[in-house]
Design a protein around this ligand. Sequence first.
Ligand code: GLC
Ligand code: CA
Length: 558
Amino acid sequence: MAQQLPTTQVRPHPTSEDLWWRTAVVYQVYVRSFADGNGDGIGDLAGLRARLAYLADLGVDALWINPWYPSPQVDAGYDVTDYRDIEPAYGTLTEAETLIQEAHAAGLRVILDIVPNHTSSEHEWFRAALAGDARARSRYIFRAGRGDSGDLPPNDWRSQFGGPAWTRVSDADGAPGAWYLHLFAPDQPDLNWENDEVREEFEDILRFWFDRGVDGFRIDVAHGLSKTPGLPDAGVRERTALDTAPHPAWDHDDVHEIYRAWRKIADSYEPPRVFVAESWAPSSDRLALYLRPDELHMAFQFDFLQAPFHAEHMRAVADEAMAAVTGVEAPSTWVLSNHDVARHVTRYARSQPEHIVDRVWEQQRWALEGADLELGLRRARAALMLVLALPGSAYLYQGEELGLPEVEDIPAVLRQDPLFEQSGRTILGRDGCRVPLPWSGSSPPYGFSPGGTIAEPWLPQPTNWGPLAASAQSKDPASTLNLYRQCLRVRRHLLESPFSWVDSPQGTLALRRGGVECWLNTSDAPVNLPAGQVLVRSTSADDHNLLRPNSAAWVFTP
Ligand code: GLC
Ligand code: CA
């Protein structure tokens, strides 16, 4: 029953340095949109290397780098052809090794993104499978179709991007043959995790990068690897990405054995390496199973992605998320935005519903209600101060420190997310949060590409982003960038202090960490702050002991 041993018995002497991840603030680098070093309009490793000082100065502890491997980029790199190399548009393996060293020298740890649920359909394994190689086929999930001539999919599972989760291939003689499973795009065939070669391959990939000094991995769709044997029909309505109802394709118990093996590998390194799971488990209890002491260290708690800006909802999701991990002694892992959801400035820029929302709901109301981005930004700044005051680790998505909004009006012809076409254009997709960052200047590409570049950024940038550029904000003490810097500095003093909620009026919430109280006001009226010294506030106005609507403050109350 190894999974029930406390952490200390799994690994005898964790030093406090080894436990860095429990309180870390991790910055998500979406390479393609971070910074372009060579002028082709696509972010790359040179661009990232040139801005490591910016990230160190921001005050984050680690970077999580979205997939940087060679890929046809059907799903922005989540379709990998070679897990041991670098996408040529981004750079080379040697450059990646240098980047890891430079990040470490700047005090930043490096977490990579591993995509074990599926490969690209261009991966050599899948090419061999299509060519009819039986051994290669057994690494994927091929099944005969249903119906008299096998022309119906093997079961009723749906792709996360729309349409059936199965595509039929042709036999060598050109006759229609078997079907293969893809829970995402047809270009992302699911691997068969009952196959030992698949397991060995990924364990080897982990070692490949750990040997190069990588500090950990974010595990893509960690709850998808093991399917219910027999692949039974789900018999339910189409499942959306945020839908967490039980389903035979997701969160099967067999997946835990894979992570127990991975944990042993991570623990065999000095210092030990870490994992953070993207796991949309159907309940908090199911999520906690991934976090048992001999499995994964962290799992994103996506609750704030779905919570409206209402103190009561925010407190409820925070409570539930904290309760979910206490039994397994894992840290909470907070997220306000990532590359899969509308940016939170925009989520907060419209009226806030009294219910949990998902991406589809969010995008459907874009046409119905105008966005008040100033209000959205005020709320986003306040929400950040709540999340950074809560115990645990926090993940920031690049550009949120600049207060970037979602770009809602990308023309259809320029949209790149497979979700857009595969959903029959009913879902706009995720491009709006993936627009290249503004670094300097007053017009596109805002320093994203080097001066003199002719190539346009791979997604168009709005023409009014000049004031949001990092260099403009850097000089302004009241900017969102400087609020992030200030919060990250002050947060270090809160980390060791116990957490408790403090009573506060309706429409507000308040919590205490040692001598500091964090207050958030989501109501329409100002409230009084406790007596003490205001250390940070989310608005620039000096309101003494008043906390305005849609704002937050950290107050030292000795
Ligand atoms: C995860 C990623 C998402 C990707 C999907 C398929 O949900 O975050 O961007 O499309 O997995 O790999
Ligand atoms: Ca480039």
